[in-house]
Design a protein around this ligand. Structure first.
Ligand code: NAD
Ligand code: UFG
Length: 337
């Protein structure tokens, strides 16, 4: 089957594209390379031992999207393309609404016009706002504290409206917790532009000497060691979650929503200590003020995905960090060198 992967040159998309190729699917990546580089695709192809089709296009261009769908006729679309920085979304909300929401609408319109109905949507645990309780289940109330999160919440809502309007639609909404790690080869991985805002990429840069120290945002949270707790999930497990969701959209109509997390929370200090153990590098750190908008503790109840998709995360924090370190130490400047 051919699967169209929007944003397939990006971090999660490249790992999922590889998993699809390794499962025998044909892959078309559609990406504008606004936050990725073609080299990622070359490496996916090298790891898979076969080629994938690449369409350089922007989801803001409806005609090109429609032509791409009409030409490739994918069995399903996995929709990763989007901007993802919470901080940037506060300063450039319109850019986030245009890129993420108009992009999704253009894609859905093009799918309708070409009579294609199956899509997997990248959502985020950010739609739970400040969780009332952890672990978080899918029926937890939804709210968001930032424009990026709003693009995910509205994206989910418009998919629900479409699914209710016509049985030909089939949507899997996947709420990722905190994706980290990389393919065990160390050939593909997360390569943020500029200074990373996420914890693990930042710690990795400290470990290779590109940043002097880690600022720990808050040491006074109501958590066992006072630092924020998150559900870190290996990107390879996340990719496997997309393959499981693909089976679901091929066999069902309507909409399903699943958390993709491990169910385990780890604190910032635990992550830093694990990185020190795995890399053998000392990671200087200091506790600074809380980062605005951060929640104390967020981790998933992944039981619904296990029950309905037969998917469960297999890898723990050590494996995630080992694989991140392999990528980081072999590619200290990312794909650029
Ligand atoms: P990424 O930035 O590495 O990948 C996104 C890809 O989409 C990039 O290759 C980028 O060039 C492309 N893209 C962006 N806008 C586009 C457009 N208008 N047209 C065509 N291509 C476009 O991000 P990622 O970490 O791989 O995230 C993938 C998806 O998962 C995003 O939708 C993100 O919001 C969501 N998500 C990510 C995380 C995370 O922590 N990484 C957590 C929850 C949800
Ligand atoms: N942290 C630090 N120092 C840093 C970076 C992060 O202490 O330099 C802490 C944060 O305060 C938090 C934890 O490390 O406690 C994880 O932070 P990340 O930025 O890695 O991840 P977040 O949980 O804040 O954000 C992730 C995704 C967002 C998504 C959000 C909501 O990156 O896209 O989850 O669930 F919106």
């Amino acid at each position: 089957m051919r699967i169209l992967v929007t944003g397939g040159a990006g971090y999660i998309g490249s790992h999922t594209a590889l998993a699809l190729l390794n499962s025998g699917h044909d892959v078309t990546v559609l990406d504008n390379f606004s936050n990725s580089v073609p080299e990622a695709i070359c490496r996916v192809s090298e790891l898979a031992g076969r080629r994938l089709q690449v369409i350089e296009a922007d989801l803001g261009d409806p005609q090109t999207i429609k032509r791409a769908l009409a030409r490739t006729r994918p069995a399903a679309v996995i929709h990763f393309a989007g901007l993802k920085s919470v901080g940037e979304s506060h300063s450039q909300p319109l850019r986030y609404f245009s890129n993420n929401l108009s992009g999704t609408l253009n894609l859905l319109n093009a799918m309708q016009e070409t009579d294609l109905g199956r899509l997997i949507f990248s959502s985020s645990a950010t739609v739970y706002g400040v969780p009332d309780e952890v672990p978080v289940k899918e029926d937890h109330s939804l709210s968001t504290t930032n424009p990026y999160g709003r693009t995910k919440l509205v994206g989910e809502q418009l998919l629900a409206d479409l699914a209710a309007s016509d049985v030909r639609w089939s949507f899997a909404v996947l709420r990722y917790f905190n994706p980290v790690g990389s393919h065990p080869s160390g050939r593909i991985g997360e390569d943020p532009r500029g200074t990373p805002s996420n914890l693990v990429p930042y710690v990795g840069r400290v470990a290779v000497g590109r940043e002097p120290l880690v600022n720990i945002f808050g040491g006074d949270y109501p958590t066992p060691d006072g630092t924020g707790v998150r559900d870190y999930i290996h990107v390879e497990d996340l990719a496997a979650g997309h393959l499981a969701a693909l089976e679901w959209v091929l066999q069902h109509s309507g909409i399903g929503v699943w958390n993709l997390g491990t169910g385990q929370g780890h604190s910032v200090l635990e992550v830093i200590r694990m990185y020190e153990q795995v890399s053998g590098q000392r990671i200087p750190r200091r506790i600074v003020a809380r980062r605005q908008g951060d929640v104390s503790s967020s981790y998933a109840d992944p039981a619904k995905a296990e029950r309905e998709l037969g998917w469960t995360a297999r890898q723990g924090l050590r494996e995630m960090i080992e694989d991140h370190w392999r990528w980081q130490s072999r590619n200290p400047m990312g794909y650029g060198g």
